[in-house]
Write a protein that binds this ligand. Structure first.
Ligand code: MN
Length: 196
C-alpha cells in the first residue's frame, strides 16, 4: 500500500447502566484493502449487540470486496435482526473511499471537504449507497463516530487537540462529548508515511 500506515485509536462504551453495547468499531484487512468502520445498531442492549456482531462478521466475510458489496453484505446479514447504521473508510493504495448509511459522523482533515452519509438503515428497509473518493496524505487525522458522540462538541475538540496524540483526543472526546444516554463509539485514524 505504497508505504502508508494507518494508526488507529478507538473507544467503545455502552450507554450508562448497560453492559452490552450495540456500537462497534471494526478494522478489517485484506491485500491492498484496509477498512475501518463504526457501527451503531438501532436501540441498545443485547439485541443491538447481536446486530453489531453480525454486521462485523459480514464485513470480515466480505473483506477485499468493493465497498458497495460490503454494505450489501451487512444489509443481508441483518435481515432477521435489528438494523444498523454504518460509516466506513476504505484505504486502498493512496486513496480513501468513504461510504455511510444513516446517522454516523465523519470528521475530515481541515483541507478535505467532509463527505456525507446517505439516508437509510442497513438490514431494515431501504438504503442509499454513495461512495466518496478522498485524498490520503501523511499527517491527516480522520475521526469516525457514532451519534453517541455529540458532534457539535466533538468538532472543536478535534481542532483544539490536533497536535496531541490520538490517545489524548480519543479519551477527551469520550469524556467531554460522549453521551450517557446512548452507546458511544469512535475511532481516530492518523495517516502516517503516505505521499504528501
Ligand atoms: Mn446511537
Amino acid at each position: 500500500m505504497s508505504g502508508v500506515r494507518l494508526k488507529l485509536e478507538h473507544r467503545v462504551r455502552p450507554m450508562a447502566g448497560l453492559s452490552s453495547c450495540g456500537d462497534a468499531v471494526v478494522e478489517a484487512i485484506a491485500p491492498d484493502w484496509h477498512f475501518i468502520a463504526v457501527i451503531d445498531a438501532l436501540g441498545h442492549g443485547p439485541e443491538a449487540e447481536d446486530s453489531a456482531r453480525a454486521a462485523e462478521a459480514a464485513i470480515r466475510a466480505s473483506a477485499g470486496s468493493p465497498l458497495e458489496t460490503v454494505f450489501a453484505a451487512v444489509h443481508r446479514a441483518l435481515s432477521k435482526r435489528r438494523g444498523v447504521v454504518m460509516g466506513g473508510l476504505l484505504a486502498q493504495a493512496a486513496t480513501f473511499t468513504f461510504a455511510g448509511v444513516g446517522n454516523v459522523e465523519i470528521f475530515s482533515p481541515t483541507e478535505v471537504n467532509r463527505p456525507v452519509s446517505m439516508a437509510g438503515t442497513l438490514g431494515g428497509g431501504a438504503y442509499r449507497f454513495r461512495a466518496f473518493t478522498l485524498p490520503m496524505r501523511s499527517g491527516q487525522r480522520w475521526v469516525l463516530a457514532s451519534d453517541g458522540l455529540n458532534a457539535r462538541e466533538a468538532g472543536p475538540l478535534i481542532t483544539q487537540l490536533t497536535t496531541k496524540p490520538a490517545t489524548t483526543l480519543a479519551d477527551t472526546l469520550m469524556a467531554k462529548a460522549g453521551r450517557d444516554t446512548d452507546d458511544v463509539s469512535l475511532v481516530v485514524i492518523d495517516v502516517e508515511g503516505a505521499a504528501s
